[in-house]
Design a protein around this ligand. Structure first.
Ligand SMILES: [Mn+2]
Length: 318
């Protein structure tokens, strides 16, 4: 079965520091035709309200993803043997036009979904998740598992600007892309603009698991609740790298101390195998703030963790 699928460049023949820089050292293809899973870059940070730089995320995550190997050491899943996966390149974006970019990101993701492939996107700032959800939802209200230091459910910034990386999930709820009662946010922490900033989200039914609760209960207990809330209906998974502590992932625009260890993040994603995942992303890796590429490595590794989970689901459905 595996021979018909795209394979990473053989590390025993071409060393992992050589060759083209692509996600997981896979071939780059023009479309998602015949793919089960499309790895796609979205190099756009036009929704960033403070320290920009996530536009450089996809390129550096591709670079660090050369450190990934073929098999998951815990689950034994070999994603490239059980699913057809490739790098479909970067979506076209416009660094000086927000609405134009949102439109082209939505169109690019829709082209992937129309080929019946599952998009695994690398950002880019967190606003990219809004146009992704517009394309992936296809008239359904999706569930959302959201790892982040921030709720990203604010209303508006700098006057009446509705679209920033602090607002995507408010807009997604308003647009009917998400069922707020099937949204679980995990890892939320840090100072907020004002007391009650999360009240709107909570009133919609969003379950916010603050970092303090996570520390008290642990990953397994928290994820058990998250999976129960989400149920078996279609769900999107979004992983903001700033959910990880800045001591382990400093290369991001809005760092907050007191975050997940990379090990806790891996543990949580591995508990998603029963979730009906229709798409996922890793966002907010900002290489200009990185140190020794550790944040891009964390991003690439979380992408591999998500890939293994989704590939396992593809295989189970086949
Ligand atoms: Mn975020």
């Amino acid at each position: 079965m595996s021979s018909q699928f795209h394979q990473p460049v053989d590390a025993a023949k071409v060393p992992r520091f050589a060759g083209h820089s692509t996600f997981m050292r896979l071939p780059v293809v023009d479309t998602a035709k015949d793919l089960d899973i499309a790895l796609v870059g979205i190099p756009w940070d036009g929704g960033t309200t403070n320290r920009a730089g996530a536009r450089h995320g996809p390129r550096e995550v591709r670079n660090q993803s050369s450190l990934m190997r073929r098999a998951h050491h815990v689950t034994g899943i070999q994603p490239f043997s059980v699913a057809n996966v490739a790098d479909v390149g970067d979506l076209t974006v416009n660094p000086i036009d927000l609405q134009d970019s949102l439109k082209s990101i939505e169109d690019g993701i829709r082209a992937i979904v129309e080929e019946a492939a599952i998009p695994l996107a690398v950002g880019g700032d967190h606003l990219i998740t809004l146009p992704i959800l517009r394309a992936v939802s296809s008239g359904r209200k999706l569930g959302l598992i959201h790892f982040d230091a921030h709720s990203d459910t604010n209303d508006r910034y700098f006057g009446d600007n509705l679209y920033t990386h602090g607002t995507p999930f408010r807009r997604a709820i308003e647009e009917g892309l998400l069922d707020p009662k099937r949204i679980v946010q995990i890892g939320i922490r840090g100072s907020i603009y004002e007391t009650g900033e999360h009240d709107w989200a909570k009133a919609q039914g969003v379950r916010i698991i603050y970092m303090e609760e996570f520390v008290r209960r642990g990953a397994e207990d928290v994820m058990k609740e998250a999976v129960r809330i989400i149920g078996d209906m279609p769900t999107y998974v979004t992983f903001d790298i700033d959910s990880i502590d800045p001591s382990m992932a400093p290369g991001t625009g809005t760092p907050e101390i007191g975050g997940f260890s990379t090990r806790e993040a891996q543990q949580m994603v591995r508990l998603l195998s029963d979730v009906n995942i229709v798409g996922a992303d890793v966002v907010e890796v900002a290489p200009p703030f990185d140190v020794g590429n550790v944040t891009a490595l964390a991003g690439a590794t979380m992408l591999f963790e998500l890939l293994c989970i989704v590939a396992g689901q593809v295989a189970a459905r086949r």
